[in-house]
Design a protein around this ligand. Structure first.
Ligand code: ATP
Ligand code: MG
Length: 453
């Protein structure tokens, strides 16, 4: 089992500008007798040889005030670096242009009651590692030390390396799930992502915690955030179905709502959506993946369970409507899209729907409809036609009639029936002429004396 990581591999995690900051911080930490460490997820991923997501740094400065990380950064970094201190947890955020880097303070956390936010104090690295969720996440590397030469020794006070080698997540003390029940949701997600199980002792502790209903006092926002990550983590190789299956088997879904399950009909669409998150079939602006994930997943649970679960997860506003409306939307759109002939007809059915609904529909559709949806999303929706609303205004069209003619022209262009602006305007004229003659026939019918009708 490896007990160190190559130094160049570690420093490759930072781009040139960031590396300069990290080196300045390391040197200043060493000069003051502190340690600056890489910690948690990135160390675990380096050991596993997996791509590293976000980089987590930790400053060990026991006995210091919670402002120390920010103070140290201000003292040694160029003025161009903006330093924001978050006193409650002792974290300092460094910003240089678009680049952001968080330096957390090694700390202890004491929980006054289950599920409550902890009180925080500066502590040693080891103490900080022991308050973490799982041993596999309780590893560190001292960036401010030269010891080890070309290799950097791993700091592993909790036996995390052995657990990584045996592919399991293990909590660090018996009350861990009581202190922070969201760790159980993390275990399901991180375990699914890494292909790790939950070790037997931790499983037993989780059963006990759930039998004491530890999730009940946890806020909906905190629980929802864990589900949000289930649907954004596919970028890091997570299959959301696996994470939800762990949650189901471990009794976590039941703890959110007694009727909540992972319906078998949701499995394939959810897996398909997971693939779409890691390898987008089209480019999406501001996609809220979790809204898509919840829409697909909850579409196949009973409506009452869906409503209660959304309330429990404190889902609010537009997201609630999107998830609640999806089952109906799905059946209407899938059947209409199945029958739609031509790109214009598809455009008419999909124009204006939210990005979340579009993805959820795509994931739920059969291959033929999926193709229609993705072609529309990737190509047709951004297609500009050479006739505009103001052209039609000039012809005297307005309101709903203008919208209908424009939609008809758009369909004509997408279907290849219209080739250029002249043909578009000619059809607009023709449609307008037909409208006027229909209108004048109707007018005549109305003004004819009653006896003639
Ligand atoms: P990812 O690759 O998803 O970022 P990560 O393990 O880095 O995985 P983060 O959510 O970034 O996860 O958290 C950073 C570190 O903080 C974790 O590795 C873990 O050590 C610790 N941590 C996070 N959440 C908790 C928690 N609820 N309880 C205890 N420790 C936690
Ligand atoms: Mg992380």
């Amino acid at each position: 089992m490896t007990r160190s990581v190559r130094r160049d591999q570690v420093f490759r995690l930072f781009d040139t500008e960031m590396l300069e900051l990290v080196e300045a911080l390391s040197a200043e930490s060493a000069a003051r007798g502190f340690r600056l460490c890489l910690v948690g997820g990135p160390v675990r991923d380096l050991v596993l040889g997996r791509p590293v997501g976000d980089v987590d740094l930790l400053l060990e400065a026991p006995g210091q005030s919670r402002e120390i990380a920010a103070e140290l950064a201000r003292s040694c970094l160029p003025e161009a670096v903006k330093v924001v201190g978050y006193g409650r947890f002792g974290t300092a955020r460094l910003e240089l242009g678009a680049m952001k880097l968080d330096v957390a303070l090694a700390r202890t956390e004491r929980y006054r009651s289950a599920g409550a936010l902890p009180t925080v104090e500066a502590a040693t690295l080891e103490e900080d590692l022991f308050r973490r969720d799982f041993s596999a996440n309780a590893l560190a590397m001292d960036l401010s030390s030269d010891a080890g030469g070309t290799r950097m020794p791993l700091i592993d006070p909790t036996g995390g390396l052995k657990d990584i080698a045996e592919r399991r997540l293990r909590i660090l003390h018996d009350q861990s799930f009581h202190d922070d029940p969201t760790r159980a949701l993390r275990a399901a997600r991180i375990g699914a992502r890494l292909g790790f199980g939950l070790d037997r002792g931790s499983r037993a502790r989780l059963r006990r915690a759930l039998s004491e209903d530890v999730l009940a006092p946890v806020s909906g926002d905190r629980i929802r955030r864990e589900f949000e990550k289930v649907f954004s983590d596919p970028t890091q190789g997570l299959d959301p179905v696996l994470a939800l299956r762990h949650m189901d088997r471990w009794g976590l879904l039941k703890a959110v709502d007694p009727g909540l399950t992972l319906p078998s009909d949701a499995v394939l669409p959810l897996r398909r959506f997971g693939k779409a998150v890691s390898d987008p079939p089209w480019s999406s602006k501001r996609l809220r993946s979790w809204v898509v994930g919840l829409s697909i997943w909850l579409a196949d649970v009973p409506a009452g369970v869906r409503q209660r679960s959304l309330r429990r997860l404190a889902v609010r506003g537009e997201a609630t409507e999107q998830v609640t409306g999806f089952p109906r939307f799905r059946s209407q759109k899938l059947s209409a899209l199945g029958k739609a002939r031509g790109r214009g007809a598809v455009d008419g059915l999909l124009a204006g729907i939210s990005e979340e609904n579009l993805h959820a529909l795509h994931a739920a559709a059969d291959p033929a409809v999926r193709k229609k949806v993705s072609r529309w999303a990737a190509e047709d929706r951004s297609e500009k036609i050479p006739v505009t609303g103001s052209d039609l205004l000039k012809l005297g069209l307005e309101g709903a009639a203008l919208g209908q003619v424009l939609a008809r022209l758009r369909a004509g262009f997408l279907d290849g029936e219209l080739m250029n602006r002249e043909e578009g305007l000619a059809l607009a004229h023709e449609l307008l002429r037909r409208r006027s003659s229909r209108a004048s026939r109707a007018q005549k019918a109305r003004t004819r004396p009653k006896a003639d009708r």
